[in-house]
Design a protein around this ligand. Structure first.
Ligand SMILES: Nc1ncnc2c1ncn2[C@@H]1O[C@H](COP(=O)(O)OP(=O)(O)OP(=O)(O)O)[C@@H](O)[C@H]1O
Length: 259
């Protein structure tokens, strides 16, 4: 039996001595997408930064293909194949699109132009500074910079931030393609619940630093009331925040509700 591409077990972390999330167990298979959802301040970004080694964990372990990663060591995590696309995209705004990808590329890896196969819209922007791109194009460039590193695990924070839903939908389709064709495991931290569940294989809801619901994306989409209870901690509904109609919502397994 093969181990999942990425796991965390009993992972607890935060900022300094303050704990932002605790006892998180997750597993993501190669080629699949996990959506990490939850209200503001739930601890999603802090968890993602801890998985990427940018913050030290307070307890627990992260493994990649069965090998434990040293906590709090971003370079080691990156060398092992973990690549983070942060919510601020981290582009060099005065460098061209091509230069942005080139500085991220690894020796012996794909050439920057190979990224045009996945992001053809960047071709007409190839020689422009990244700062001159639209928000959606900048997000494509951020993903291209990640992909040129041939990630085994792609961690994406708030892909949808500041973008129109149609642009987000296209980007999620690209992320799905990246997972499928490149066989990497993807963790998406997202506020856009419906679109994220539509793009993901599995999802976890983090609230108050704890995973309160975890299951297949189809199952979570099929049970909006249960999802909202977990997400908001109440039985009430908030228009526009419920998971949208994810495709293929037939249940395949029962979502796990924790508290
Ligand atoms: N740099 C920091 N220093 C200290 N505490 C922080 C820092 N960043 C975040 N926190 C705290 O950690 C907790 C979790 O924040 P985090 O940003 O991980 O949540 P989130 O679920 O990503 O929220 P959002 O969806 O609003 O981005 C919050 O209580 C927040 O105030």
């Amino acid at each position: 039996m093969t181990s999942p591409r990425l796991t965390c077990a009993g992972l607890t972390g935060g900022h300094g001595t303050a704990t932002a999330f605790r006892d998180v167990d997750l597993a993501v298979e190669a080629g699949s997408v996990l959506a990490l959802l939850g209200p503001n301040g739930a601890g999603k970004t802090t968890l993602l930064l801890t998985l990427a080694g940018l913050l030290p964990s307070q307890a627990g372990a992260v493994t990649l293909d069965g090998t434990r990663l040293p906590g709090g060591r971003p370079t080691a995590a990156n060398r092992a194949g973990l690549v983070l696309v942060p919510d601020n995209r981290c582009l060099f705004t005065t460098l061209t699109v091509e230069e942005n990808i080139r500085v991220a590329a690894r020796r012996g890896g794909p050439k920057p132009a190979a990224m045009l196969e996945i992001f053809p819209d960047l071709e007409k922007r190839w020689s422009l500074p990244a700062g001159a791109l639209s928000g959606g194009e900048q997000q494509m460039l951020a993903l291209a910079r990640a992909l040129v590193q041939q990630p085994r695990v792609l961690l994406v924070d708030e892909l949808s931030m500041g973008l129109a839903p149609l642009v987000v939908e296209a980007l999620f389709a690209t992320v799905r393609r990246i997972a499928g064709e490149h066989g990497c495991a993807v963790v998406l931290v997202e506020q856009h619940i419906g679109l994220a569940l539509g793009a993901a294989d599995s999802a976890a809801v983090l609230r108050g630093g704890a995973v309160v619901l975890h299951g297949s994306a189809d199952d979570l989409s099929a049970e909006p009331e249960r999802f909202e209870r977990a997400y908001f901690g109440t039985a009430g509904s908030t228009p526009g925040s419920a998971p949208g109609t994810a495709p293929g919502s037939a249940p395949t397994s029962t979502p796990r509700e924790n508290g």
